[in-house]
Design a protein around this ligand. Structure first.
Ligand code: ATP
Ligand code: MG
Length: 332
């Protein structure tokens, strides 16, 4: 693991992900949820979590991890014993990380799968309070990278203490250095980032509804709302993910649409992050739009197969992407 003061020894990665409110994700299962009684859960599975961290984990897997660690680095804020655990979990997965230390304790998120129904319950904590000085250290680190990364992925929620335009501030600074800014967040943080104008945004349908304040009931409206973001210059590319209904990819010239793959869903945690990770990984490798979109769908689907906070394997992503090519060829 790198720390900021050692960072000068390392070349700037092609892709840098930022996670301001990471977590240690704890996943377990229980037969049935009942009130008051002790519910005996299965062994807890712990994974490093938070949007940008998951994106970096997926990119690491797709690029064969350790082999080319400088391809993608995860920058994150972490503190306390949980922060230490987060660092160790990332190290164990050979994910290259740069940690900005904070005084408050990193959060743990908790998910429980009810095996009798297959339902999944996710308990998400607000996260530690970040001070102005800690936030500044993060912005300074980004500004100090030379050359600037090609892609900057700003993903996940904002922790307490940061202004709603925290992502927008990073986006503006990065844009001024010709970095392609990628955003996946929600609510006011998403609206502010789009006001700054980004390269790629990946809202889910719920996030797009909140953003537009419109019900967006059916496909033509989803398409139109995504196209409007591009027309208004708020994003050059919009990847709108639609859960079990698949996804749309909209640019100035093209609108691609894909149904979701029919896979047995074990857990949908991390599907959106896997989608985005694969998309950015492919774009960074100069893939065309169709290929990048296909990899994104393949990675999201491959993550659905894995339990709890586990993410896709590179083999499964390649297998599913190849399967999609075969299917497309047979319908032509
Ligand atoms: N139930 C499902 N069946 C098939 N594919 C799914 C399912 N849920 C998710 N996916 C796949 O994962 C992708 C991302 O999922 P989704 O649209 O739910 O985004 P998300 O970012 O995980 O959602 P959110 O951030 O709102 O929790 C979808 O585009 C789709 O390809
Ligand atoms: Mg999401």
């Amino acid at each position: 693991m790198q720390t900021p003061h050692h960072a000068a020894k390392h070349p700037a990665p092609a892709i840098l992900t930022v996670t301001l409110n990471p977590a240690v994700d704890v996943a377990t299962s229980v037969e049935r949820l009942v009130e008051s009684h002790k519910m005996r859960c299965t062994h807890a599975q712990r994974d490093p979590g938070g949007g940008g961290i998951n994106v970096a984990r997926v990119i690491g897997r797709l690029s064969g991890n350790a082999g080319n660690a400088s391809d993608c680095v995860a920058l994150y804020l972490a503190g306390g014993a949980t922060g230490q655990m987060l660092r160790e979990l990332l190290d164990a997965e050979h994910v290259a990380g740069v940690c900005i230390d904070i005084a408050d304790e990193t959060r743990e998120n908790f998910s429980v799968r009810e095996t009798s129904t297959g339902r999944e319950y996710r308990f998400v904590l607000p996260g530690p309070t970040v001070t102005a000085r800690e936030w500044q250290a993060c912005a300074d680190y980004l500004a100090s990278l030379d050359p600037a990364p090609r892609y900057l992925v700003l993903s996940g929620s904002l922790p307490p203490g940061l202004p709603a335009d925290a992502w927008a501030q990073l986006a503006k600074a990065a844009k001024a250095r010709d970095t392609r800014v990628v955003v996946d967040t929600s609510g006011p943080a998403l609206a502010a980032a789009l006001d700054a104008g980004v390269y790629l945004v990946k809202p889910s349908l719920g996030e797009l509804r909140t953003l537009t304040g419109r019900p967006l009931a059916a496909e033509p409206e989803w398409r139109e709302a995504a196209q409007q973001l591009v027309r208004e210059g708020r994003a050059q590319m919009v990847a709108l993910t639609l859960g079990e209904r698949g996804a749309l990819l909209v640019t100035q010239d093209r609108t691609l649409s894909a149904a979701a793959l029919d896979v047995p869903v074990s857990s949908s945690i991390g599907a959106g992050d896997s989608f985005l990770g694969a998309m950015v990984w492919a774009l960074n490798r100069q893939a065309g739009l169709d290929d990048a979109f296909r990899y994104a769908l393949a990675a999201a689907s491959a993550t659905l197969l894995t339990s709890g906070t586990r993410l896709c394997s590179a083999e499964e992503v390649e297998r599913m992407a190849a399967e999609m090519v075969k299917r497309e060829a047979s319908v032509r």
